[in-house]
Design a protein around this ligand. Structure first.
Ligand SMILES: Cc1ncc(COP(=O)(O)O)c(C=O)c1O
Length: 440
């Protein structure tokens, strides 16, 4: 990996840390030169079967031909960022997007998931006239001030003890959030309705925002009744329920996890998988909230605007991706489920063979191996039970064998439509070799 190291060193002279998004700085920090389908090649020419999927957007795989052709066609046809009026393509995308979402009436597009969650919270504040936000310890909802706190917080940061039925101490994951803004953020344990009840009695809550499945600390699923319980509490208390489906949306299935769970949020944020790696995100929800963007009442009107919103390249890419995901002849979700099951079954057999206690958690093609006996239900359980050191070593050794999972413990793996049974079997073979070496 000498070329990766040299490039990082060179880029660090001009870019802080040498990388464009600081969470891409890992150990090892491999720099890639190209990607196609399920594979990536690093600067030194090493080939990997990829499960990182660029932090999960690539659901079709890299450089999908039909998608790239659609993008080229849009440009050939003279589509540009006109920045005035509407385009037929963005209307088509909106229709296609909403077709899969039984709980949303309208949609608006942004460039990033962070913009989508920020706008959703703004709408909730405008609607309710309240300021406080509840979010999850172990959830990630973007890099802006309203939510940038309490992700993979260590035990010391959390006060050294597990909190039940209440909020955790606030631990921002960035410097620079004014104290005045921090007081509006309340981080609670996932799967803990008592905590919601307690916090909503103490503060005027505008919104509770949560990933329906926590997918930035591996895969932590909602327990039966939890999402339904959130819905009930939102109705009782008058706050808006926001599902952050930036990771789950269109990867769990068309329409996201809300469609699987059959729980209707007031608003949702989407991103990643619905455009297979092109930069576009969305806020979708009930008409009365979405229409605050055009409210007659200036005190309630929310500014949803952006120079690059619905850039024609991203719009063409998203239409092509959604069209392919919906194509029953292709059967994308059938394929993803089949491969993910094959990987899970093979892994379970191998971990049993080497007598390593694991818990594999999976939602469709999104998967995570926890090195502990029972699947965690919140971040504290991940912190307390998962073997982070083993996981780090395991990922690193797999990379050496040409299997790329992001080299940070308990980060989600993602399978794409381009992966094949052969890729899964090659992965399992590498896992077998790695576990053999690790248990020697
Ligand atoms: C659940 C979730 N919400 C929001 C975001 C922020 O999206 P973006 O990085 O596009 O701003 C992410 C990014 O990983 C995410 O996983």
């Amino acid at each position: 990996m000498t070329k990766s190291e040299a490039l990082l060193k060179e880029n660090s002279k001009y870019v802080p840390g040498g990388v464009a998004s600081i969470n891409r700085l890992t150990d090892p920090c491999i720099c890639f030169a190209k990607a196609k389908g399920a594979y990536m090649w690093d600067l030194d020419g090493n080939k990997y079967i990829d499960y990182h999927a660029g932090f999960a957007p690539h659901i079709l795989g890299f450089a999908d031909k039909s998608q790239d052709r659609a993008v080229a066609k849009a440009l050939d046809d003279g589509m540009a960022l006109f920045g005035s009026g509407a385009t037929a393509d963005e209307g088509e995308l909106a229709k296609l997007f909403l077709k899969g979402l039984p709980y949303a009436d309208k949609v608006q597009f942004t460039n990033t998931g962070s913009e989508a969650t920020a706008q959703a919270i703004r709408i909730a504040r405008a609607e309710t006239g309240r300021d406080h936000i509840i979010l999850m310890q172990g959830g990630y909802n973007g890099q802006h001030n309203m939510v940038c706190a309490n992700l993979m917080t260590d035990k010391a940061g959390l006060g050294g003890k597990q909190v039940k039925g209440d909020e955790y101490p606030l631990v921002p994951i960035t410097a620079g959030i004014p104290k005045a803004e921090q007081k509006f953020i309340h981080a609670i344990p996932f799967n803990d309705l008592k905590a919601v009840r307690k916090v909503m009695k103490k503060y005027k809550i505008a919104a509770l925002i949560t990933e329906p499945v926590l997918q930035n600390i591996g895969i932590v699923k909602p327990q039966p009744g939890y999402l339904e319980g959130l819905r009930k509490l939102a109705d009782q208390n008058g706050f808006l329920l926001i599902f952050d489906e930036v990771k789950t949306g269109f990867r769990a299935g068309i329409g996201g996890y809300q469609t699987i769970a059959k729980v209707a949020p007031d608003l949702s944020a989407f991103g990643k998988a619905f455009a297979n790696g092109y930069p576009i995100a969305a806020i979708a929800g009930k008409q009365k909230y979405m229409d605050l963007a055009i409210s007659d009442n200036p005190k309630k009107r929310v500014l949803i605007a952006g120079t690059y919103n619905c850039h024609p390249v991203a719009v063409a890419a998203a239409i092509a991706c959604l069209t392919k995901l919906r194509d029953t002849k292709i059967g994308a979700f059938r394929h993803l489920e089949k491969l993910a099951k094959r990987l899970e079954k093979g892994q379970l057999e191998l971990f049993a063979k080497y007598d390593i206690p694991v818990s594999i958690v999976r939602v469709g093609s999104a998967h995570c191996v926890y090195f502990c006996k029972t699947a965690p239900t919140n971040w504290w359980e991940v912190l307390s039970n998962h073997d982070f050191e083993f996981d780090k070593d395991y990922r690193r050794r797999l990379i050496d064998k040409g299997i790329y999972n992001f080299p940070v413990p308990c980060k989600q793996g993602s399978i794409s439509l381009s992966h094949t049974e052969k890729d899964i079997d090659r992965t399992l073979k590498a896992i077998d070799q790695v576990l053999k070496a690790m248990t020697k």
